[in-house]
Design a protein around this ligand. Structure first.
Ligand code: GLA
Length: 392
């Protein structure tokens, strides 16, 4: 794990000046998958894996951005921001600057030094962490007021329009608003949110399958299109519907014959998943871990069978977890096609859980999984440099 002081050394070595330091977390989603872009409900938590950004102003209207992870520096003029090649890491920070300017924010040029701890491509939102950390850094240096909800939306816009991934608002929002020891229930239509306290005797255990299937991003956009297709057809009968969030399961079932089996299944996932988020929040409030476990399991099944975004390795990781003592519930988390599972595990059982899951997964796949423990963490913040603590 980095400290602001280590980051400042890196900044000083490259740019030769002092800097301010910001960090923004990745996230794990407890339940509510592929619901955010359907105006639905999600229940993510920010995790203690951060993207860090050190920043200092420049006078020439340029952004000079160095990534420690990629060991590369890019330079761009604020007046002519355009995406670099497809999948280039710098499109995230450049896209954020572009979106902030589109929104009329007066940005100054800046030197930025970025380092990320969120595992890349693991479905833990390393991209949202970069976007939010850089947005905070750029805005703070420009003395512009920060409205976190607006900032989350601008980071999403950067990813949608500059990077070209049609993601929803969940990741950027929780990276801005996360709270220690809590999950965040977000209504992705109104952006109203509330915190849900996580039980003290449970831990969030994140199991990385170490695979990322290539089709991930294309299939993500394809799922969105199928949801939109479902809405388009259902609106013929129910004109008041704006998104799948407005559709009841009985309405979908009554009009099954108008939809292809695939579009029907996609819609059924979203509608039932929204209901599961609400039930999960109630189960958290009641301390009903049995129901919680069932809901996580049903979510995984629905993502596997109806939404078809799981894969062999994720299914196996969940299956292995379910056979372990102390497991409350397990499911894939994030966009899918590889990446991680989220496991709610009784604290006393965590060390054995880790060991047994890693051994069983390795023996069945030949892959060595990474298993992370993380408490729910705080959202983006500026760091006080002397003490390695959030600045007040
Ligand atoms: C990715 C996207 C999110 C969300 C999830 C699936 O993480 O960035 O907006 O759609 O997939 O729930």
């Amino acid at each position: 794990m980095n400290t602001p002081l280590q980051l400042l050394d890196g900044f000083q070595a490259r740019f030769g000046t002092a800097a301010s330091v910001y960090r923004a977390p990745g996230r794990v989603n407890l339940i509510g998958e592929h619901t955010d872009y359907n105006d639905g409900f999600v229940l993510p938590a920010a995790i203690e894996f951060y993207c860090w950004a050190a920043v200092a102003p420049r006078r020439d209207g340029k952004l000079v951005i160095h990534s420690e992870n990629f060991n590369e520096t890019v330079e761009a003029s604020l007046d002519s921001l355009t995406p670099l090649g497809k999948k280039h890491w710098a499109n995230y920070p450049l896209g954020v600057a572009w979106a902030l300017r589109q929104a009329g924010k007066a940005l100054r040029g800046a030197n930025i030094y970025i380092t990320g701890e969120v595992p890349l491509g693991a479905g833990l939102s390393s991209s949202a962490a970069v976007e939010v950390a850089v947005a905070f850094a750029l805005l703070s240096e420009s003395d512009a007021a920060i409205d976190r909800a607006e900032l989350a939306k601008l980071c999403q816009k950067a990813e949608n329009e500059f990077v070209g991934a049609r993601v929803g608002i969940m990741d950027q929002f929780v990276s801005c608003f996360g709270r220690a020891s809590h999950a965040l229930l977000l209504d992705c239509r109104s952006l109203k949110y509330e915190f849900v306290k996580l039980p003290e005797d449970l831990q969030l255990v994140i199991c990385n399958t170490m695979v990322r299937h290539e089709l991930a991003s294309g299939e993500y956009n394809a799922r969105r299109a199928e949801c939109e297709e479902g809405v388009r057809i259902l609106r013929i009968v129910y004109p008041e519907i704006r998104a799948l969030r407005d559709v009841m399961l009985s309405q979908l079932e009554d009009h099954r014959s108008h939809l292809t089996p695939q579009v029907f299944a996609r819609c059924r996932h979203v509608i039932t998943e929204n209901a599961r988020v609400k039930s999960a929040v109630e189960a958290f409030h009641r301390g009903d871990t049995k129901t919680l476990g069932q809901l996580l399991h049903e979510s995984h099944r629905s993502l596997r069978d109806d939404y078809e975004v799981s894969c062999r390795e994720l299914d196996l990781m969940v299956e292995i977890a379910m056979a372990q003592p102390g497991l409350i519930g397990a499911r894939m988390t994030g966009g899918g096609f590889g990446g991680c599972t989220i496991n709610l595990v009784k604290s006393a059982a965590v060390s054995d859980f880790r060991r047994s899951v890693a051994a069983a997964y390795s023996s069945k796949t030949g892959l060595t999984p990474e298993i992370y423990l993380s408490p729910a963490s705080e959202g983006a913040q500026q760091m006080a440099l002397e003490e390695n603590k959030p600045a007040k």
